[in-house]
Design a protein. Sequence first.
Length: 335
Amino acid sequence: MNSKHFLRTAYTVTILAATLLLFISQPVRAKAAPRIGFVILNSYSQKMKIGDEFYLLAVTSNGKKPTFTSSSSKIASVNAYGKITAKAAGTAKITAKIKNGEAACTVTVTKTTIQLNTKKISLENGYSAKLTAKTSNGHPVTYRSDKKSIATVDENGYILAKKPGTATITAKADQTTAVCRVTVRKPTLTLNRQSVSLYRRQQARLSVKSSSKSIPKWKTNKKSVASVSQSGVVTALKNGRATITVTVDGVCKTCEVTVKKPTVKFEENELTLAVGKKKTLKVSVSSGNKPVFSSSNTCIATVDENGVVTANDVGKAYIYAAEDGVKSRMRIIVK
C-alpha cells in the first residue's frame, strides 16, 4: 500500500470512527424501537487485476468486526479480515455484515492482456527466434507449440525450427492466450554437378549448398552401378547409368552418373612362344584398372594375374583380358 492510499484510507477510517462515536453518544430513551445497525466501508467499488490484493475496511455501528463474504470466490475471494484477492476476470460483490446491518463493495476484476513482440515468424530449418510476451499485470507466461515436430518452444520463448510446415505457438497467462504463427520454410538447394562420367572404381565428390541447417541425405537408385556415401562421394561400380539424389527437408536435387565402358587392347594380336617360355603381355585399359586375364586352353598356355604367359605344350590358345564386361583377346602359338 503506497503512502497516498494509506493517507486516504486513514482519513476514511477517521470519518467513519467519528460518525460511529456520534451515533453511540446519543442518549437512550425508554421503550425506544430497536436500533438499525449499519456498516460503513472505505470503498464501495473497486477495480482490480488478477492477483491483486485489497483490504476492505469497515466501521460498524456496534463496534464489532463484520463478517465478510464474496458472491463469487472464483472471481474475488475475501478472508475474515477483509483482504480481497482477485482471482479471475469478472465481477463479484463483497459484503460486510453485522446484525441488522450490512454494506457491499462491487469488485471488478479486469481480464489479463498479453502483448507479443510478433504474431508471425518465418524461419529456415535449424534456426531459432525469440518470442517475448508482456502481461498487463506482470504475471509470467507459459508457452506451448501445437506441432513440436515442426517448431518447438521452451519456457523462455525460444523457438527452434525443426522441419518445413506451420505451427502455432501459444502464450498463456491467467486463462488469457495470445498466439504466434511460425512458418518453417522449405530450403533452397544447389548441387555442384548435374551429371558426371566415370570408369569403374573411379570416384567423384558431390557437394550441396543449403539454406537449411539440416544434414543432407544421399541415395542412389542403382546400387549395382554407382554407390554414394552420406558425405556425397560417388563410387562407380560397373558400366551403366544411375541417379544420385540429395534431399534436404523434402527438397531434392539429382545428378546423373554414367559409368563408361572401357576399351581393352592388347599391344600384339599374336604371339609365338617355345614350350617352357614365358612373356609378359602388354594391355592398355582406358579406365586405368587392371584387367582380369584368362586362357582358353590352359594345357597349351596359362596366364597369371599380372599377364605373364607360360607356354606349356605345342598348340594354339587364346589369352583374354577383361575389364568391366569388356573383353579382348590375342592368339598364342606354342612351338
